[in-house]
Write a protein that binds this ligand. Structure first.
Ligand code: PLP
Length: 452
């Protein structure tokens, strides 16, 4: 039987772990992570791991930045907490809102703060319905989302999301939310060209709108590229067609930038990368590089104008909306990304390098496809490159590949049979070389394990 250290024992006895099989954890114990620096994390057995997932796609600035510690300490001494309800505000929230508005697409100038991405999507659900009520179109209540999307773990977040294994627990989705197919070319493209498939996938939105009735649709929500769904990058034809359909039926566009925001694509927001004009954008993660929990909704002028001029009151908010310490840290994080030119470097230098090196993996015998953009990438594990046959049933190969990867000192994440990465934006070319070298070793070992 496995033996556990003090922390693992406490964890097994008293900590209920998120997104884990707690029964299996009780048998195997969790890995205890105890420090981090740059792009590396360390466990309490002295193992050093290159964190190619930046935690949960969030540590954009990298680990161990003293500037963020200093700003948090200072803010905690001055004003550790005060709420923003009932006609009060404070400098960290106001300054952060101004900074975010300055980076967002030009038609987006207001920010509503939350504690997380899930809360941001819950907030949007209510904002959108309130918007249409105030516009005198109260039948516009339904949301259209996509299969395999991830929009959070609250009841609304998981309902907007399209993860079947989440819907199974808790009778989700709630009413008023339906899901169309994702633009997953590798899996569903068949004989179509990328271009044709992208248009077809987008047109399933129009089919759904007509099925539900155009006067009943409030908003379409989507990640610019699907993250947790397996880094699904849409064909170039997809977003222009989606934009055309939304404009035709006057439906709001919610672009979930929780992963893609704050530099992941080499632009501040993926909406700029894809030339989207969202009405609302949930943000979190990279906003504070994960150093403290904070999220928000960036509100476009059209929605803000109606909610504020025609309504004014919005009966919604969180104790930790715009938390001063989290907001101060987020502002400093953004200032560091700016002053150190991190996002320009991603765009012009490190992300083209990462994508070039990642593409080399496509030649590996068990890789069916590599894909990615900016500082995010994925690859498909297959037994047969031509037929795309999977290596083992129930996406078992992904988990095995992850275990080899961890043993090699590299954190990649499996999404079914897709292995994904989303490293800190500060990763250097030498560290990218190390990442790719470890990924190759991991793929070799996975192939050998399955006798391929
Ligand atoms: N939206 C997207 C696209 C996400 O990837 C996530 C988290 O992974 C969320 C929303 C939810 O954010 P949080 O975990 O902060 O609630």
């Amino acid at each position: 039987a496995a033996s556990f250290n003090d922390i693992q024992t406490k964890d097994i006895k008293h900590h209920f772990s998120p997104f884990s099989n707690n029964k299996e954890l009780a048998e195997h114990g969790s890995r205890v992570i105890n420090k981090a620096h740059g792009v590396y994390i360390y466990d309490d057995n002295g193992n050093k791991l290159l964190d190619a997932m930046a935690g949960l796609w969030c540590v954009n600035i990298g680990y161990g930045r003293q500037e963020l510690v200093d700003v948090a300490t200072k803010q905690m001494k001055e004003l550790p907490y005060y709420n923003l309800f009932f006609k009060t505000t404070h400098a960290p929230a106001a300054k952060l809102a101004e900074k975010i508005a300055s980076l967002a697409p030009t038609h987006m100038n207001k920010v509503f703060f939350t504690g997380s991405g899930s809360e941001a999507n819950d907030t949007i659900f209510r904002m959108v319905r309130r918007f249409w009520d105030l516009k005198g179109q109260p039948t516009k209540k339904q949301f259209i989302s996509r299969k395999n999307a991830y929009h959070g773990s609250t009841v609304v977040g998981a309902s907007l999301g399209g993860m079947g294994y989440m819907h199974e627990q808790g009778d989700l989705p709630i009413e008023g939310i339906s899901h169309i197919d994702q633009p997953y070319y590798f899996k569903e493209g068949g004989d179509d060209t990328q271009e044709a498939f992208g248009i077809k996938a987008a047109q399933s939105l129009e089919t759904k709108i007509l099925e539900i009735g155009e006067n009943n649709i409030a908003a379409f929500i989507a990640e610019p590229f699907q993250g947790a769904g397996g880094v699904i990058v849409p064909p170039a034809s997809y977003w222009p067609e989606i934009k055309r359909i939304l404009a035709k039926y006057d439906i709001l566009l919610v672009v979930d930038e929780v992963i893609s925001g704050f530099g992941r694509t080499g632009e501040w927001f993926a909406s700029q990368y894809y030339d989207l004009k969202p009405d609302l954008m949930p943000i979190a993660k990279g906003l504070s590089s994960g150093y403290l929990p904070i999220g928000g909704v960036i509100v476009g002028d059209r929605v803000a104008h109606t909610l504020i001029e025609k309504g004014g009151d919005f009966n919604h908010g969180f104790t930790y909306s715009g938390h001063p310490v989290a907001a101060a840290v987020a502002l400093k994080n953004i200032e560091l990304l700016e002053s150190e030119g991190v996002i320009e470097r991603v765009k012009n230098d490190t992300s083209p390098y990462l994508q070039k090196r990642w593409q080399e993996l496509a030649a590996h015998p068990i890789v069916g496809e590599t894909r990615g953009l900016g500082m995010v990438a994925g690859l498909e594990l297959v037994k047969n490159k031509d037929t795309k046959e999977r290596i083992a049933p129930d996406a078992k190969a992904g988990g095995i590949c992850r275990d080899f990867s961890m043993a090699n000192g590299l954190i990649m994440r499996p999404c079914g049979d897709t292995m994904i990465i989303s490293p800190p934006l500060v990763i250097t070319k030498a560290e990218i070389d190390e990442l790719v070298e470890k990924a190759v070793k991991t793929l070799d070992e996975t192939a050998k394990y399955f006798n391929l």
